[in-house]
Design a binder for this molecule. Structure first.
Ligand code: MN3
Length: 378
């Protein structure tokens, strides 16, 4: 029986993870999870999975939950996420949180020698070097859940990493891929949320439309696979069937294909190295590939530059993006202003000489706060 901790149980990845746990009751057991704002959803999860520890968002709800479920240990807020990560039972921690909030509990879980299944790419973007240092120090494994990275990981099994020439990760182009730059000026939140291939949370769907998602994934890939940025390419691929390709020095290319359903990479990370059945089969049809258009998607180009600079810059990029996407979703700014805000933040950023977990977290908070405050009142 494998014990699991699930951060972000009520989100899109979280729900799909719970569905997998439910299908494999003799192999997987949910020890702990973090819940969301929807009390009904929370109740269903608590009743169905009976975890030992649960994180609720607000301290004010603690008493009520504790009364309803006396056998479950409840904690709350960001501190609660840390307590969950520190819970004294071995298990795999699945980080399905959205945004920078996922970083601190991941670092703590590694110290507690819990292996990590990571869907929260922001964690690696902000602190990839620190995370890797800790993984080594505590002999902890990290399995990617992001579909492109799961694909690349699978093409590399049994291979000598030194024989990689480059990798290619694919991008669908998101909800607004058929619009020109001019047409983007008047795009609404609803339009930007209509992703053609994937059903995902709001933040990542907007990130797909701006191509920032691919930018974050390039930085994520750099850390996961120890590759230089010039070895990580992106390509436009409408169908989201091929998720990643690895080019080897001998001319061989390995690609990984699957139905666009996050269940597949989640299941692979949970059961690795085992494979479990999946009900649907992929029908092979025409697949199209187009070179990436960096003029149409300037944020992707910026992400490469920021990744190359390293240090505190990826944190700045990520924080500005998070704040800008939140403002866009709240109808406070236009779609293209997301780009303006991010470019502006990166340009103004001062280098930090000693990048620690503390400087990363404080920079993230400061940037998000400054941006949010200057646009919220409009
Ligand atoms: Mn992805």
């Amino acid at each position: 029986m494998k014990g699991l901790y699930l951060l972000g149980a009520t989100g899109s990845i979280g729900s799909q993870t719970l569905a997998i746990i439910k299908e494999h009751p003799h192999e997987l057991k949910l020890i702990g999870c973090s819940l969301g704002r929807d009390h009904q959803k929370n109740d269903t999860i608590l009743k169905t999975f009976q975890p030992e520890i649960a994180v609720i968002r607000y301290e004010t709800d603690l008493e009520r939950y504790q009364k309803h479920y006396p056998h479950i240990h409840f904690v709350s807020g960001d501190e609660g996420l840390i307590e969950l990560a520190m819970y004294d039972k071995p298990g795999l921690l699945i980080n399905a949180l959205t945004g920078s909030v996922g970083l601190a509990p991941t670092m703590k879980a590694i110290e507690m020698k819990k292996d990590i299944a990571l869907a929260n790419k922001e964690t690696l973007v902000m602190a990839g070097d620190l995370i890797k240092k800790q993984l080594k120090k505590y002999h902890v494994k990290l399995f990617p859940i992001d579909s492109e990275h799961s694909a690349i990981w699978q093409t590399l099994l049994g291979e000598d990493r030194k024989k990689i020439q480059k990798i290619v990760i694919t991008a669908s182009g998101g909800a607004l891929r058929d619009l020109s730059r001019e047409e983007l000026e008047t795009v609404t939140v609803q339009e930007a949320l209509k992703h053609p291939n994937w059903f995902m949370g709001a933040k990542i769907t907007i990130d797909s439309a701006t191509m920032m998602n691919k930018g974050l994934e390039v930085i994520e890939a750099h850390h996961l696979f120890d590759l230089e940025y010039h070895q990580i390419e992106t390509v436009l691929h409408d169908e989201s069937v091929v998720h990643g390709l690895t080019y080897f020095i001998d001319g061989t290319i390995k690609a990984s294909l699957s139905v666009s359903d996050m269940t597949i990479p989640i299941q692979y990370a949970l059961f690795y190295p085992d494979r479990k059945p999946y009900p649907k089969s992929l029908a092979l049809t025409n697949l199209t590939f187009k070179p990436m258009d960096f003029k149409r998607y300037p944020l992707l180009k910026l992400a490469y530059e920021v990744g190359q600079k390293g240090g505190i810059y990826p944190t700045v990029l990520n924080a500005a993006n998070e704040a800008a996407v939140r403002l866009f979703l709240a109808n406070k700014i236009s779609f293209l202003e997301i780009e303006t805000i991010i470019f502006d933040a990166v340009e103004k950023a001062e280098p930090v000489l000693n990048v620690t977990l503390e400087t990363i977290i404080s920079t993230d908070r400061r940037i998000q706060k400054t941006i949010t405050e200057s646009y919220e009142k409009r």
